[in-house]
Design a protein around this ligand. Structure first.
Ligand SMILES: Nc1ncnc2c1ncn2[C@@H]1O[C@H](COP(=O)(O)OP(=O)(O)OP(=O)(O)O)[C@@H](O)[C@H]1O
Length: 517
C-alpha cells in the first residue's frame, strides 16, 4: 500500500463487542480515530456510549492483534490495545474524578462471513490499517523509516540496577506490552559493569532499530560512552535510546515522560509499563549531551549532570544502601545535612547566549571530529582567561556547600534540579550554594524542596544557564560524578552539545481525548 493511500484510509464494518456479543456495532476507522456505534434494527447507527467515550484516538492505541476464537471455529477477533487516561478501577474510581493512565483492551469480533479464513482476511486488513496508522503517526525520521522498520531493538537488562529487580520487572510488565505492540527485540542480561559499553562498541549499527536499557541511569551513561567511543560515532549516535526504569534514579525516562506532558506514574510497576508503551510506539526526540574532560585525561559524554560537593557525596556514599532503591538518596542526604562539609575551589563558566555559535547536529558528517564539537574548552594546562572585557568566561570562588551542573530538568525520578530545562534546550544549568554560617539550614531547606525544584527559588541558591564550565577543586580527594557514576577527582570541564542524542520518546500531546472503550 502506498504511503499516501494509507494516510487517507476510511474503512467501516460490523463487529460484535466482546461483552455484548449479541449486538452488532458499526466500527469505523479513519487513520486518526476509531469510532464504535450500536447498529439499530433499521440498520441505522446510534452512539452506544456517552459523548466523551464514543471515539478512540489512534494516539491511545499502542497495538492490535488478530486472534482465533477458542470456541467458535468461524469467528475471528481484532484485539485492540489501549494506553489512555481513564478513571481508576474499583472503589477509588467511584469517588475520584482524577483520570490515570491505564492499559485496557477492546475485543472486536468478526463473524459476518461463513468461514474462518474469510473472516480472518477481513480482520487482517483491519489490523494492517491500524498498525500502519500507529506507525505513521509516529512521524519517524526518514533514515529510520527506510532502514529500521523491520529491525529489532537491542535491550540490555542490568540485574544489578536499583534493588536488583530489573529482570523480573521486564518479564512481568514489559514483554506483554511489547508483544501486543509487535515491538521486536533481543535481550542481553549484562554480566558485569562495562559489559554493555564493550558490547555496543562492536555491534553492526544496521542490525538494530535502537537500544533500550532496562536499568538506572548508569547503564545509559555506559552505552552512550560506548557509542561515542566508536570510529563511526557520528552514525552510532543516530540509534534512538529507550529507557525502562529499573534503577535507583531513573532520570532519563523521567525527563522523557515530563517532556511528553503525561503524568509520571508513581509506582515502579506502572512507571515501567508507561515506559514500555512509549518505547513500543516511540517518536524520535533529540536530547542534549555534554562533552566532559576529566583530570585523568579521559573525554566522556554526559546526558544528565555533573556532580560535585554534597550531591556527589550523597550519590556516591548512598551506594551502601542500594537495597533501598530510590530511598537510598534520602537516607544519605539526611546524614550529610546533619554533618555538612564545605568544598573549596572555583568554577569558571561561559554564560549561555542563544545567539552563540553552537554545533548544529545536522552539520555532523562522518568526517566531523570530537574536537570540532569541543568549541570553548582549553587544555587543563592552559588557564582560563578571566578578564571579562576580553573573554566570555566568568569565575565564582568557593567555598561551596552545593554545586551541580545539569542538562535536564530531573536528576532522578523524585528530584527536579532545573525546572525550566527540557530534553534539548541547548544549555547546561549551573547551580551552587555558598558555604556560609547558615549552611545546615540552607541544605535542609534545599533537600526538602528538591522534589518539585522549589529550592531554586531560595535566595541562597544561585543558578544560571551556561554553555561551558571548568570546576577546579582545591582539595585533593572527594567525589566527582558524571550522570551518577564516579570519576577521578580533580579539575573537570565540559560543554553542551545541543540535540546531539536521539531518544525514544513521545511529543507533548495537545489533543488528549478521554476514552472508555
Ligand atoms: N551484571 C552486572 N553486575 C554488576 N554491575 C553491573 C552489571 N551490569 C551493569 N552493572 C553496573 O551497574 C551500575 C549501576 O547500574 P544502573 O544505572 O543500572 O543502576 P542504579 O545505579 O541503581 O541506577 P541509577 O544510575 O539510576 O541510580 C552501572 O555502572 C553498570 O555498569
Amino acid at each position: 500500500m502506498a504511503e499516501s493511500e494509507s494516510r487517507s484510509i476510511d474503512i467501516q464494518d460490523t463487529f460484535f463487542l466482546q461483552d455484548q456479543s449479541s449486538k452488532p456495532y458499526i466500527v469505523k476507522f479513519s487513520t486518526t480515530m476509531l469510532s464504535i456505534s450500536l447498529q439499530n434494527n433499521d440498520n441505522q447507527e446510534r452512539s452506544v456510549l456517552d459523548n466523551n467515550t464514543q471515539l478512540i484516538s489512534i494516539d491511545d492505541i499502542y497495538g492490535c492483534l488478530c486472534m482465533k476464537d477458542n470456541k467458535d471455529p468461524i469467528k475471528c477477533h481484532l484485539n485492540i490495545y489501549l494506553y489512555s487516561l481513564r478513571k481508576p478501577k474499583g472503589i477509588i474510581g467511584t469517588f475520584s474524578k482524577k483520570l490515570t493512565l491505564q492499559r485496557s483492551q477492546l475485543l472486536l469480533t468478526y463473524a459476518k462471513l461463513n468461514d474462518y479464513e474469510s473472516n480472518l482476511a477481513v480482520v487482517t486488513r483491519w489490523h494492517y490499517y491500524i498498525a500502519n496508522a500507529i506507525y505513521l503517526r509516529r512521524n519517524l525520521p526518514l533514515d529510520i523509516v527506510t532502514t529500521k522498520r523491520d529491525k529489532r531493538a537491542l535491550v540490555f537488562v542490568n540485574p544489578a540496577g536499583g534493588a536488583g529487580k530489573a529482570y523480573r520487572l521486564v518479564m512481568e510488565y514489559v514483554i506483554g506490552v511489547w508483544s501486543e505492540a509487535e515491538f521486536t527485540y533481543h535481550i542481553i542480561i549484562t554480566e558485569r559493569a562495562g559489559h554493555a559499553r564493550d558490547y555496543v562498541q562492536s555491534i553492526q549499527l544496521a542490525d538494530w532499530s535502537g537500544i533500550v536499557l532496562a536499568s538506572g541511569d548508569g547503564l545509559i551513561y555506559e552505552v552512550i560512552n560506548g557509542l561515542m567511543n566508536r570510529d563511526d560515532w557520528q552514525e552510532a549516535l543516530k540509534l534512538p535510546i529507550g529507557h525502562l526504569p529499573c534503577g535507583s534514579g531513573n532520570a532519563f525516562i523521567t525527563n522523557i515522560v515530563r517532556y511528553s506532558q503525561q503524568p509520571i506514574m508513581k509506582t515502579m510497576e506502572k512507571f515501567i509499563v508507561q515506559a514500555a508503551v512509549i518505547i513500543a510506539t516511540y517518536n524520535v526526540l533529540p536530547f542534549d549531551m555534554a562533552v566532559v574532560d576529566i583530570c585523568d585525561g579521559q573525554r566522556l559524554f554526559s546526558f544528565l549532570c555533573i556532580e560535585w560537593a554534597i550531591v556527589a557525596d550523597v550519590d556516591c556514599d548512598s551506594e551502601q544502601y542500594r537495597f533501598l532503591g530510590e530511598a537510598r538518596f534520602t537516607v544519605e542526604a539526611i546524614k550529610r545535612v546533619i554533618q555538612p562539609r564545605t568544598y573549596n575551589g572555583y568554577i569558571d563558566y561561559i554564560p549561555y547566549d542563544a545567539a552563540d555559535d553552537t554545533v548544529n547536529t545536522n552539520q555532523i558528517t562522518p568526517n566531523t571530529t570530537i574536537a570540532q564539537l569541543h568549541r570553548h574548552l582549553l587544555p587543563f594546562n592552559e588557564s582560563i582567561p578571566t578578564d571579562s572585557t576580553v573573554t566570555k568566561w566568568r569565575r565564582i570562588n568557593g567555598p561551596f556547600a552545593h554545586v551541580l551542573i545539569t542538562s535536564k530538568a530531573s536528576i532522578s525520578k523524585d528530584t527536579i534540579a532545573s525546572t525550566k530545562s527540557t530534553l534539548s534546550d541547548g544549555y547546561l544549568t549551573l547551580q551552587y550554594i555558598r558555604a556560609d554560617s547558615s549552611i545546615r539550614m540552607n541544605l535542609a531547606k534545599t533537600f526538602t524542596t528538591m522534589s518539585d525544584g522549589k529550592y531554586l527559588d531560595y535566595d541562597f541558591v544561585e543558578w544560571m544557564p551556561i554553555r561551558a564550565f571548568r570546576i577546579v577543586p582545591s582539595d585533593t580527594s572527594g567525589n566527582m560524578m558524571i550522570d551518577g557514576e564516579k570519576v577521578s577527582y580533580g579539575p573537570i570541564q565540559g560543554e553542551i552539545l545541543p540535540s546531539i542524542g536521539r531518544c525514544m520518546g513521545k511529543p507533548p500531546k495537545l489533543d488528549q481525548v478521554s476514552i472508555n472503550p
